[in-house]
Write a protein that binds this ligand. Structure first.
Ligand code: 3NM
Ligand code: MG
Length: 529
């Protein structure tokens, strides 16, 4: 029986390639497609759910012959075969449809030739192309190019997860029921994050992932397809950190009320705070972790992260001392924590200061899902795509912009794009998970006069989110308030005369706040602003 196109499953979409660059010697396109559809006996559930025959350098006769063979295979598995670019080949073979690009036949003409029962997919990379494809009656869209890839020549625009999310938002805005797959540079290690981060705030996500080299060039296409399908179908471990819709927009007092609970959770769980941090702050960051009740480990070697990630703690990636080797270490650690779902706090120290740090920032944001980004104004702005136009002088915070509405929009955008929590520090600190923006006015100028206090805040936040993962926003705000109130109390002490005497007093007061809170004396909370 012919396939019902309304029931097609786009989840794992294989695009073939027969160039020697991608297809290993001794393997045919038919071999790959058969194996990829079958999946692997070791992982029941099958393999790819949809196949596109893409052939850029063959005669029409050869293409039709190959497409017939492929169609015999895909039919055995009840999966559709689509032909790239060539309506004539699809018609000759009688397969389920075509996939056309912006430089190919137009959708309306393809529809006229193929009829209503056939599937027409269209490549799109911007809002105008989406509108046109939807108007023309496309059944699904191939959205890309997500990440740079050497598989396709002349890819036009790299849109990233941010662009993908924006285009899905566009589809939501025009209320289009069209199906979607994303394509370009996708593989087993990035699709969880891509699916997760490209989802719009109201929950629209792609229907599938399209790949070439991750399957065609894999040592065993069947095993690769089965693993990819499993990854596509299962929610990522880090999804549990996502704030619920109600959590995103609570009145501040609801969050303030939770502060004692968060501090007590850290005290009782003593979560691991795994710091990959810079040379300057290792000592004081470890002491701050101890004072707030966490168990610190300063471990910059990426190989170690696999074991540490299993201990239920959180990771701090602080790029204060950035090196090429460091980036590799961060990458390994991000992967390890993403696999267990352990929270990650990223501190983009000096992100805007040098070209090296700007590119390190892009690298780190692309190396895994990060649950909290904490930085000063220019560091946070540097995390937005395209970076910030504000040039930083050093790693200390440069003068704050007073455009509050603009800043609020920037951090909400960043949090929505990354689907995480963003903390922008300054005289007033701002926190958002993409909806409400919370301001914390506590703190003392001494914090800005000694080195490492920003980094230690990252460590503090890691302890909070590790101990209270069910409500990351409450955890982050609790950490921020506790930290800044401790600074205020310390600064007011009679034995504190300046930044030097402030540091030990600050450690004392962090510890005292925890102790008092655990004992039930939360009078200090009256200071929270
Ligand atoms: N189309 P890989 S990118 C066939 O952006 C194709 O429209 C693209 O290959 C687009 O999975 C691409 O090996 C190649 O990165 C994707
Ligand atoms: Mg094309």
């Amino acid at each position: 029986p012919p396939l019902d196109k309304s029931k097609v499953d786009y989840s794992l979409y294989l695009v073939t390639d027969s160039t020697p660059k991608i297809l290993p010697a001794g393997r045919t396109v038919c071999d790959v497609v058969e194996a990829a559809l079958a999946g692997s006996a070791a992982a029941p559930g099958g393999g790819v759910t949809c196949v596109q025959y893409r052939e850029k350098h063959a005669d029409t006769g050869g293409m039709i012959a190959r497409a017939r063979q492929l169609h015999a295979i895909t039919r055995k598995y009840g999966r559709p075969l689509l032909i790239n670019d060539r309506v004539d080949v699809a018609l000759a073979v009688g397969c389920e449809g075509v996939h056309i690009g912006q430089d190919d036949i137009d959708v309306q003409t393809a529809r006229k030739l193929l009829g209503d029962d056939k599937i027409i997919g269209v490549t799109v990379s911007n809002a105008e192309e989406i509108e046109a494809a939807c108007r023309g009656g496309a059944d699904y869209l191939g959205i890309g190019t997500v990440f740079a890839t050497t598989t396709k020549e002349n890819t036009k625009s790299i849109i990233g997860t941010e662009g993908l999310q924006q285009l899905l938002q566009k589809l939501e805005d025009i209320k289009s029921p069209v199906k979607t797959v994303c394509i370009g540079g996708l593989n087993k290690s990035n699709i969880s994050r891509v699916l997760w981060q490209s989802t719009t705030p109201s929950g629209r996500s792609v229907d599938g992932v399209a790949l070439v080299s991750a399957i065609v060039a894999a040592p065993e296409p069947g095993v690769a397809a089965a693993e990819l399908l499993r990854v596509v179908k299962s929610p990522p471990a880090f999804a549990k950190l996502a704030p619920t819709q109600e959590q995103l927009r609570r009145p501040p007092q609801d969050l303030t009320e939770l502060i004692p609970e968060v501090i007590k959770a850290v005290d009782s769980k003593k979560p691991l705070s795994h710091n990959m941090t810079n040379l300057v702050v290792q000592n004081i960051a470890a002491n701050v972790a101890l004072c707030v009740g966490a168990s610190p480990i300063m471990a910059n070697y990426g190989e170690e992260a696999k074991d540490l990630a299993k201990l239920g703690g959180a990771l701090v990636v602080n790029m204060g001392t950035v090196t090429p080797e460091g980036l590799e270490n961060y990458q390994k650690a991000l992967k390890a924590y993403n696999e267990t779902g352990g929270p990650i706090v990223y501190d983009p120290v000096g992100a805007g200061a040098t070209a090296v740090r700007r590119s390190a920032t892009r690298f780190i944001l692309g190396a895994g899902y990060i649950s909290v980004i904490k930085g000063n104004q220019s560091e946070i702005l540097s995390c937005l795509p395209g970076g910030s136009s504000i040039q930083q002088r050093g790693v200390d915070s440069s003068a704050d912009s007073s455009d509050l509405a603009g800043l609020a929009l920037s951090i909400r955008t960043l949090a929505s794009q990354r689907r995480n929590i963003v903390v922008m520090t300054g005289k007033t600190d701002y926190v958002t998970a993409g909806e409400a923006v919370y301001a914390v006015d506590n703190g003392h100028e001494y914090l800005g006069m000694v080195t490492g206090t920003g980094c230690c805040l990252g460590t503090t936040l890691s302890a909070m989110v590790a101990a209270y993962p069910q409500d990351g926003l409450a955890a982050v705000l609790a950490g921020l308030v506790m930290y800044n109130v401790a600074a205020e109390i310390a600064a007011e002490r009679e034995d504190v005369h300046g930044p030097g005497t402030f540091v030990p007093a600050f450690l004392d007061e962090l510890w005292q706040l925890r102790r008092r809170t655990v004992l039930g004396d939360i009078g200090w909370l009256g200071r929270a602003r």
